[in-house]
Design a protein around this ligand. Structure first.
Ligand SMILES: Cc1cc2nc3c(=O)[nH]c(=O)nc-3n(C[C@H](O)[C@H](O)[C@H](O)COP(=O)(O)OP(=O)(O)OC[C@H]3O[C@@H](n4cnc5c(N)ncnc54)[C@H](O)[C@@H]3O)c2cc1C
Length: 499
């Protein structure tokens, strides 16, 4: 119990670097107080937020930790666009229409996670502790697409289809309907895209696949408020790497783990180059797709409790597109635009934080993401532009719509005069990221809370599991879920060390 409390006290501010150097002091004090007598080696697989936080907690206790990361970077699904991406990222996941036209927004451009769910969530607390300003998207006015029209919530008042979706969304927490979101809501054909957008895309896939009871149960477990916040001027990647600056030093990059043999006393971890890494305890934090895909061969195989639970959840394609316009034609005070088909979530990225940019951030999970992923980049952006054009027609009739009219295009000189060509767009296709291969985990129909617990159940006090998919506090699929899971897994691991 004493150990657990020590960990909880250490939960925030252990190794914050540049942003809050004063927090180093508390780290040293706590470390002396804590003191665990254990010389065994601990290997963490994956340097996303769960892996970094687990390494942070364990190394602050004086334990011997190494993190093996498959890719060439830290942070996993937290990935902010940096100038390095312009020159270095030639992966098939990243698509910049023309590297001469990178997204140089006056606010942080996020290719992965961009919202803080809950002011007082695990992530919200880290950001508040570091006194980093956030913007509450709840103070913006959302727009909703329905039947080819755009309006605000008050504009749609009295529309029965709109109301049916809002009623379903507001009662989703605690929903016990063991069917898909689509079947549970049973809304009219006109309201289907809006339902998918508001009640399903947010949770990781399309409404025909996401379980109503699964999401309903998880939302009910959440202990934090339901605010959606953006970070005013710091990138999430900088915040996380600064917060976990000590853990980052423990990471070995470019080391994909291919097998974990825990049949003997020592656990033998083998990486892709054939190098063996002996360990006494292991924390696996890889995404669900990687576990399901069998990228890591476990000897003996994982127990049925974990294996059976792993198939109860999905992790589907995910596509992010960032489009800059010359004009905020959707309304500068707008927050989210809900109800798109190819773009189930459009966010007014510059709301209350951009002076110069008019940017829509598109996030698609599930079927639309798969369709966008299958297109060549130019076609993918046209699908989005067509959708926006049909919703925002150009009154002058000169353009297919306002999106086509106002999108920023590259320009080239033809016969001495500038001519506009392809749009300036950046996208990131998480499906093509080889060590992630999708968006976030979500409950399939039939999944229960017990399945989340089972997925993260440790094996013989040797193999522990963290990562957003193993969160049991209702925050799976989010950064807070990844943080909570690391807290849980390290607590289990420390408890397993004989006193
Ligand atoms: C587009 C998008 C938008 C999102 N939006 C939000 C949001 O607004 N707010 C929010 O809170 N959350 C959001 N999320 C979810 C959030 O990003 C994740 O829940 C969280 O970052 C997951 O952290 P993790 O440590 O569990 O996993 P990951 O970040 O996936 O880390 C796992 C790590 O394991 C590594 N790995 C994989 N295989 C191997 C191997 N064989 N050997 C070694 N290493 C391996 C990977 O490279 C990766 O670095 C979003 C996600 C996406 C994709």
């Amino acid at each position: 119990m004493k150990r657990r409390n020590a960990i909880r006290q250490l939960g925030l501010g252990l190794s914050a670097g540049l942003l809050a150097p004063q927090l180093f002091t508390s780290c040293k004090k706590e470390k002396v107080i804590r003191g665990i007598n254990y010389n065994g080696s601990i290997i963490i697989i994956g340097a996303g937020i769960a892996g970094l936080y687990a390494a942070d907690i364990l190394s602050s206790q004086g334990l011997n930790v190494t993190v093996l990361e498959a890719s060439n970077r830290f942070g996993g699904r937290v990935r902010s666009f940096t100038s390095n991406d312009i020159t270095n990222d030639n992966s098939s996941a990243a698509y910049i229409y023309n590297k001469a036209y990178p997204p140089l927004n006056d606010f942080p451009v996020e290719l992965g996670a961009d919202l803080v769910y809950g002011d007082d969530s695990a992530l919200g607390k880290i950001i508040s502790t570091l006194s980093i300003p956030m913007i509450d998207m709840g103070t913006a006015t959302d727009n909703y697409f329905l039947g080819g029209q755009v309006n605000t919530a008050s504009g749609w008042q009295g529309d029965a289809d709109f109301q049916a979706v809002q009623n379903f969304v507001s009662a989703l927490s605690g929903n016990t309907n063991n069917t898909s979101i689509q079947a549970a809501a049973g809304v009219s054909a006109r309201a289907q895209a809006l339902l998918n957008s508001e009640a399903s895309n947010l949770y990781g896939s399309t409404y025909d696949l996401v379980s109503a009871a699964g999401v309903g149960g998880e939302l009910q477990l959440r202990k934090h408020d339901s605010k959606k916040l953006t970070i005013k001027s710091n990138s999430l990647q900088d915040i996380m790497l600064s917060r976990f600056s000590n853990a980052v030093k423990k990471v070995v990059l470019n080391t994909p783990v291919v097998s974990v043999d825990y049949s003997g006393e020592k656990i033998i971890i083998t990486d892709k180059s054939g190098k063996q890494h002996p360990a006494d305890k292991v924390i696996v934090t890889v995404p669900l797709t990687v576990l399901q895909g069998g990228d890591i061969a476990f000897t003996p195989s994982l127990p049925s409790v974990n294996a059976n639970a792993a198939v109860k959840f999905g992790m589907d394609p995910c596509f992010r597109m960032i489009i800059d316009f010359k004009n905020n034609f959707w309304g500068s005070n707008s927050g989210f635009l809900w109800g798109g088909s190819f773009g189930p979530q459009y966010m007014n990225g510059g709301f209350n934080r951009a002076l110069f940019n008019s940017t829509l951030v598109v996030t698609a999970f599930g079927h639309p993401a798969r369709q966008l992923s299958l297109q060549p980049g130019a076609t993918a952006v046209n699908l989005i532009l067509n959708e926006l054009d049909s919703l925002y027609p150009d009154p002058s009739g000169r353009f297919p719509g306002l999106a086509s009219k106002w999108i920023i295009r590259q320009s080239t000189i033809v016969n001495g005069s500038p001519v506009e060509t392809d749009p300036v767009v950046t996208s990131y296709d998480w499906t093509k990221e080889p060590y992630i291969r999708g968006g976030i985990s979500y409950p399939l129909v039939g999944a229960t809370h017990q399945d989340r617990i089972n997925l993260g159940t440790n094996v013989n006090n040797k193999i522990f599991f963290a990562g957003e998919a193993t969160d049991v506090s209702g925050d799976a699929g989010t950064i807070s879920g990844a943080l909570n899971s690391a807290d849980r897994a390290t607590t289990e691991l420390i408890k397993s060390i004989p006193v």
